[in-house]
Design a protein around this ligand. Structure first.
Ligand SMILES: *Cc1c(COP(=O)(O)O)cnc(C)c1O
Length: 497
């Protein structure tokens, strides 16, 4: 690492404690002295590290730099859209009027915040072509779940109890079948055809009176625009079902394609992907759901309404905003009105870039992904050799046949200073390496990434052990990622020996 800290960060702060060393100066006490309570109420050992202020700053700053982040490294984690998050978004979200507002404050004291939410609903409706929007859902998967509950409520409201199945392509993100199953549906897997589109024959087979709907990701998790999509929507509608759009990949379509115009009835957006919010550590996020007229009455509560409908905010100072419950709402999906800070960031992002900027995002995202695809396709197997959208999905099976796996290639990339692409997903591609460069990377970064991938491919032949045992330059090497996520060890404990 270029920036090696002076002090040993492998030693916990507690273990650097030196008796009598202090890092703070407490002010003179201005309250009367009190006796400590009875000794039985006190802990015998209350361990606090005795360290100086520079030691504390040095320690935590060094720790913060041990990991990869979008602010320090290229982060082509496919499907996650780890793009640059403009700092102005944070500055606006931190404005006292936004950061300090309480969700239970009455509407008359929250007009500014409500207006922002109202306008954001309008923008997202415009972007998706699905004009009714609820911002209350807190993640992509949460939006999917809300969408499934709405589809269920829609059929039941018509007295149609036979529609128990939801069909989902085999390339789908794992949250899709999980959300459908949680909403009580039976999940039917839809095959992809040899081009990576939905197989129309397979769809025809499930399109019957028991089909509640399909969930389609557009572009798909293969990074491909399904050229049958209009027909897919028509077949499902013909059979009486509804079409759910997983809009996590909206980065590819912004300003060019509206899901509503293609035939989708409902879609979620991942604001923390397409509309830029720092994410990756598990939140916070926002996954608003956007619907057309059919499902508008079922939206989760609350939605923001204005007394001058259609006024997309700001043109008239006398407009007032309020929270409302859609007529047949599926109910609340979260405590209040969604993750407000993330919504402010998305609003700022959209306003900063404007309509032309939105369109440039998708243009550059798609251009960058195709550039990487072309730069690597002779070295890495490209199972679906078509123009891609915002991400390119390779297989490392050529390398695997030389004894090195996709995982090991991903680990070796860390030595070159790059975060790994998404691995082993989508599941229909063996040894999948799903690369999403995003629009915010420069040509120079893309070139050096392509060079690194090509160098690693050469190492696989010339020195496979170098790749097999990577990474070699990171503070820690191979981690037990499942245990680290499920049973994180975050707290210092006194060694008992
Ligand atoms: C990220 C993602 C999701 C889930 O979104 P979360 O916000 O992580 O719940 C669903 N589908 C696709 C295609 C995604 O990339």
């Amino acid at each position: 690492m270029a920036n090696r800290p002076t002090r040993d960060t492998s030693r916990l702060l507690m273990d650097q404690s030196v008796p009598g060393r202090v890092g703070v100066v407490l002010p003179e006490s201005d309250v009367p002295f009190q006796q400590l309570p009875d000794g039985s109420l006190l802990r015998a050992e209350l361990d606090l590290p005795e360290v100086s202020e520079p030691e504390v700053v040095n320690y935590f700053t060094a720790l913060s730099q041990l990991n990869f982040s979008i602010d320090t490294n290229f982060y082509p984690l496919g499907s996650c859209t780890m793009k640059y998050n403009p700092k102005i978004n944070d500055e606006v979200a931190f404005l006292p009027g936004f950061a300090g507002i309480h969700p239970l404050q009455p509407a008359e004291q929250s007009q500014g915040a409500l207006e922002l939410l109202y306008r954001l609903q309008g923008f997202l409706g415009e972007i998706t072509g699905l004009n009714a929007v609820s911002l209350a859902t807190l993640a992509g998967a949460h939006g999917e779940f809300a969408g499934m509950l709405m589809i269920r409520a829609y059929h039941l409201a018509k007295g149609d109890t036979a529609r128990r199945k939801v069909a989902i392509p085999d390339s789908a993100h794992g949250t899709n079948p999980a959300s459908a199953a949680m909403a009580g549906f039976e999940v039917v897997e839809l095959a992809s055809d040899e081009n990576g589109n939905v197989d129309m024959e397979a769809l025809q087979e499930v399109a019957g009176p028991d089909l509640a709907g399909v969930m389609i990701t557009l572009p798909s998790t293969l990074g491909l625009f399904d050229t049958n999509i209009v027909d897919v929507c028509a077949v499902v509608h013909e059979a009486g079902g509804l079409v759910y759009g997983d809009g996590a990949n909206m980065n590819a379509l912004l300003g060019r394609v509206k899901l509503g115009e293609l035939g989708f009835d409902v879609a979620h957006l991942n604001l923390h992907k397409t509309f830029s919010t720092p994410h990756g550590g598990g939140g916070p996020g926002a996954g608003p759901v956007c619907v057309g007229d059919t499902l508008a009455p079922f939206l989760p509560a609350p939605v923001v309404v204005s007394d001058i409908p259609g006024n997309n905010g700001g043109t008239d100072d006398n407009t007032t905003y309020a929270l409302a419950e859609p007529e047949n709402t599926i109910g609340k999906m979260s405590g209040f009105h969604g993750n407000f800070g993330v919504l402010v960031r998305a609003y700022t992002y959209i306003r900063t870039l404007g309509a032309d900027g939105m369109r440039e995002i998708s243009g550059n995202a798609v251009l960058n992904a195709n550039y990487v695809m072309q730069g690597l396709k002779d070295a890495y197997h490209l199972p679906y050799d078509r123009t891609c959208m915002h991400e390119a999905v390779f297989s490392a099976d050529w390398q695997k046949s030389r004894g090195v796996s996709g995982l090991e290639i991903a680990k070796r990339l860390l030595d070159y200073g790059f975060h790994s692409p998404t691995l082993y997903f989508p599941m229909i591609v063996p040894e999948a390496l799903m690369i999403e460069p995003t629009e915010s990377e420069t040509l120079e970064t893309l070139d050096s990434f392509i060079q690194a991938m090509r160098d690693i491919d050469r190492e696989v032949t010339e020195n496979p052990d170098l790749v097999r045992h990577a990474p070699h330059t990171t503070p820690v090497s191979r981690l037990d990622e499942a245990t680290a996520a499920r049973q994180p060890d975050l707290r210092w404990k006194r060694q008992t020996s």
